[in-house]
Design a binder for this molecule. Structure first.
Ligand SMILES: [Zn+2]
Length: 115
């Protein structure tokens, strides 16, 4: 285990409202992490270092939803040994959308976009 992705647990309708509000406020980066079909963890204004972990198409970590005392949590686990000063990354696994977000991971197997 590397770190838990900490934030506020919110429902889809709240996430949709917040996403629009953050865009209006000029908050460009999204720290909304989907747990299941109606649960999102919002680390925009209440989170920990996990929200700064970048996406990579060939990552050294992965995100997994686990349940502790009936509450779903997102935990980042390592896939391999991680060296000192090596960047920690995981695959965001965003759903496919028409408006593409370019991927900047620059690995050989880069998919080109996050979604
Ligand atoms: Zn990539």
């Amino acid at each position: 285990m590397v770190i838990e992705y900490v934030g506020q647990n919110i429902r889809q309708v709240v996430a949709d409202m917040r996403e629009k509000r953050y865009a209006q406020e000029g908050i460009g980066s999204s720290y909304l992490f989907r747990v299941d079909h109606d649960t999102i963890i919002d680390a925009t204004k209440c989170g920990n270092l996990a929200r700064f972990i970048n996406h990579c198409c060939t990552p050294n970590c992965y995100a997994k939803v686990i349940t502790i005392e009936a509450q779903k949590k997102i935990v980042i686990y390592s896939k391999q040994a991680i060296g000192v000063n090596e960047e920690i990354t995981y695959d965001y696994k965003f759903p496919i959308e028409d408006t593409k977000i370019p991927c900047l991971c620059r690995t050989e197997s880069c998919r080109g976009t996050l979604n």
